[in-house]
Design a protein. Structure first.
Length: 320
């Protein structure tokens, strides 16, 4: 059955938090407000933030659904009212000492995930991912120093039997790593904290081949481009379609400063993806005259055709 926006409105208006709430250890007390018999501001804030961080993937998986409705529905369908939820909240708001005490005393586990049901399946988020969503650089460094896995972030799982938690090693429909989240948010401090703690700046998504540099270029975060390359990101790494960072920037109307910076750092302005389209070709498709002018001034080949024979200059002429 298809899920509609009205279905999500109804879910957001009527669903209740899981009623089974165990007594909390003292260290968790400041974060107990996110649990209760009805949705609280803290729960909604936490899940809205985590869900918004995966906005792009959500929209691709469920085109046409209103994101605010979607995240509101998730925010009131929390399944996990355990200490893992509390550690996620500590990480999100930057309670460094509380998190340190909880982990060191064995009250909360770094490997635990905060699980909740969404219309597209079961979701789970790690404390480290929550710290990135909250732009909590010191928390990221703490969790990493305590042994948090840097590659675990948010997973979306197909619906499973009621009460069955998602398996850690099960293949999810979508994975957003902490590094990818920081790249999309344009958070240079979190990127530095993650890579300096051991995250691979060139880690690629298993299915699409996308990287942190591709994502931050797509979103036009010039400062993060500089930081990632300085931290070891390969400026000409491509995804499974063969596109590089400057193509991603040009295709998504990134600021000219971002495109200029990528070129300065050595990103190939004439690199074609698998169908032969180049950055200037996709800029012409997007009708971005300023980007076309910049790329041409940097030496982009305006006559380099796609495999079907269409050239950037031909596309530009069609666009007027």
């Amino acid at each position: 059955m298809d899920i509609t926006n009205s279905d999500l409105d109804a879910a957001a208006g009527s669903a209740m938090l899981h009623p089974s709430i165990a007594p909390l250890p003292a260290v968790m007390a400041p974060h107990a407000g996110m649990l209760g018999a009805a949705p609280t501001t803290a729960v909604q804030t936490a899940l809205l933030a985590i869900s918004a961080a995966t906005n792009d993937a959500i929209q691709k998986n469920l085109p046409g659904l209103n994101l605010k409705r979607l995240t509101a529905a998730w925010a009131v369908q929390v399944l996990d009212a355990s200490n893992a939820s509390q550690l996620v909240h500590m990480a999100l708001v930057g309670d460094v000492e509380g998190a340190r005490t909880a982990v060191e005393q064995g009250v909360a586990s770094l490997e635990s995930t905060y699980a909740y049901d969404g219309p597209a399946g079961r979701m789970s988020a790690t404390p480290l991912f929550a710290a990135v969503v909250g732009r909590q650089g010191d928390m990221i460094r703490l969790l990493a120093s305590l042994g948090a896995r840097l590659d675990k972030g948010v997973k979306q799982f197909p619906s499973s039997e009621e009460g069955t938690p998602p398996a850690v090693d099960a293949r999810p429909d979508f994975v957003c790593s902490p590094l990818f989240c920081a790249a999309m948010q344009g958070d240079a401090d979190s990127l530095q904290a993650l890579v300096q703690s051991g995250a691979d700046p060139n880690a690629a998504d298993r299915s699409s081949g996308t990287t942190a540099l591709l994502l931050t270029s797509e979103h036009g975060h010039t400062g993060c481009v500089v930081v990632l390359v300085a931290l070891g990101a390969a400026v000409n790494q491509v995804n499974c379609s063969g596109l590089n960072a400057i193509y991603a920037a040009a295709a998504n109307h990134a600021p000219l400063a971002c495109i200029q910076q990528l070129a300065t750092l050595g990103c190939d302005i004439n690199r074609a993806q698998l169908d032969g389209a180049t950055p200037i070709f996709v800029a012409a498709q997007a009708g971005s005259s300023d980007t076309i002018t910049l790329l041409a001034s940097l030496g982009a080949d305006v006559n380099k055709a796609r495999h079907d024979g269409m050239s950037p200059s031909y596309i530009a002429a069609l666009k007027g």
